[in-house]
Design a protein. Structure first.
Length: 394
């Protein structure tokens, strides 16, 4: 006998679980299917094990999408405060780290436990390690063919996420379903991802591997002021991950190291007070030593006293540090990307419910939709909010 549910949700990640809770609470019979061994694996590993579960400043301006207005409705109807109410009802302690980013005090697993307990209370049936082989439209709804046989549902919610970190079970399944129904897809690409450099530049920057510094990273009019990290593959750190969502192959980015300081003014002042110092000695008072040495050597100034530097030479050195243009070669790709940019074109969906306009009963939520947040808890907030509004509509 074919099992029947009001709702089948594919993907037991952040969005799928939140949607299941809302729909279950509204007395819908809900089956939540996932091919992974455990639910919410990305929640578990996020934020260094403490999950940056939301951002108190979340608004549509923190998201990239072909339609920047699409996320507004869901974000307004399920806010960071709503998620905090849920956390507090489960006595999960949290703190703000920086820039409005909220983390669990103890462990990301507390959030998974909370969602599982809410699902249990809402009578959601969770089935893991199920392969989904086909999805078909029927006159009454949908038929989902799984490794355990077919299931039927009046409504189908696709919450299988994006392609980031295939090792953790990420697939492009949501895009396949969207294509099957003839929906448009905004070309997916890895985002919030370290950028790589061509071999020549990488060799030049090899001595800097492992160094972090405060920076502002610019791409066109977009800027992010957060830490920058030099790695053995290229550039990483929050500022680079943020800009990677805007960067495209062939584009330059500009690095401003120590953006709160005026390096030229510091060098000039030091030339006046103690001109016998080497430039790199003065730079090393504000920059990591290896970085100071690197910039001085790149300008051939490693043994030059400040007193021997003209204003022009000082400005040139300062510019190399605070207006450093680099053309990344590429990115580390889906292997390390935190999210997938692009996805199901929001034009296909109703922003209040996430339902497909052309196929009633079919919904897409979470990361598979063309709504991608900045680094800092925004992507989970989108998963919670889109899952919530969908669950309320089922
Ligand atoms: P999610 O990917 O969470 O869930 C999709 C589910 O579908 C998975 O359980 C998967 O197994 C399942 N699935 C996929 N294909 C399937 C198939 N073919 N059949 C059956 N099941 C299938 N965001 C943030 O806001 N704060 C943070 O701290 C972090 N940190 C972070 C760290 C790392 C390392 C990564 C990779 C990502 C983050 N993120 C983040 C991003 C965040 O994890 C992400 O945006 C959300 O998990 C998206 O939620 P979804 O439910 O849409 O997809």
């Amino acid at each position: 006998m074919v099992r029947k549910f009001d709702v089948v949700i594919l993907g037991a990640g952040a969005a799928g679980m939140m949607c299941a809770i809302r729909a279950g609470r509204r007395s819908r019979s809900v089956l939540l299917l996932d091919h992974a061994r455990a639910p919410g694996e990305k929640i578990r590993i996020s934020g260094g094990g403490r999950c940056n579960f939301t951002n108190i400043h979340a608004s549509a301006r923190n998201f990239l999408s072909a339609n920047p207005h699409f996320a507004k409705s869901a974000l307004a109807r399920f806010t960071p405060r709503d998620f905090l109410d849920m956390m507090e009802a489960h006595r999960i302690a949290w703190h703000e780290k920086t820039l409005g980013q909220l983390f669990c005090d103890e462990s990301a697993k507390d959030i998974i436990r909370m969602l599982l307990s809410e699902m249990k209370a809402a009578n959601v049936v969770l089935e893991l390690q199920k392969q989904i082989t086909a999805v078909e439209k029927t006159p009454d709804g949908f038929r989902i063919v799984t490794s355990d046989g077919p299931v039927e549902a009046g409504a189908l919610v696709v919450a299988t996420g994006g392609k980031s970190i295939p090792k953790m079970g990420a697939t492009g399944f949501a895009y396949e379903i969207a294509r099957q129904f003839g929906f448009k897809i905004v070309e997916p690409r890895p985002a919030l991802v370290p950028l790589t450099l061509d071999p020549n530049l990488l060799e030049k920057l090899a001595p800097l591997s492992g160094i972090a510094a405060p920076a502002e990273v610019r791409h066109g009019k977009t800027t992010f002021r957060e830490a920058l990290l030099f790695t053995h593959r290229g550039l990483s750190g929050p500022s680079i991950l943020q800009i990677s969502s805007y960067w495209r192959e062939g584009d330059d980015i500009t690095l401003v190291i120590e953006p709160d300081l005026d390096i030229a003014a510091i060098l000039r002042a030091a030339r006046k007070t103690n001109g016998r110092q080497a430039a790199q000695t003065v730079l090393a008072e504000t920059l990591p030593k290896r970085l100071a040495q690197f910039f001085a050597e790149s300008r051939g100034l490693q043994n030059t006293h400040l007193a021997d530097l003209s204003d022009k030479a000082i400005d040139g050195l300062a510019t190399s540090i605070q207006s450093w243009t680099i053309r990344p070669a590429g990115s580390e790709g889906y292997r390390t990307a935190e999210v997938t940019l692009g996805g199901i074109d929001t034009f296909e969906l109703d922003s209040k419910t996430m339902q497909a306009k052309a196929v009633p009963g079919l919904y897409f939520i979470g990361e598979c939709v063309d709504v991608t947040g900045w680094l800092g808890g925004y992507n989970f907030q989108w998963a919670w909010a889109s899952g919530h509004v969908c669950g309320e509509a089922l």
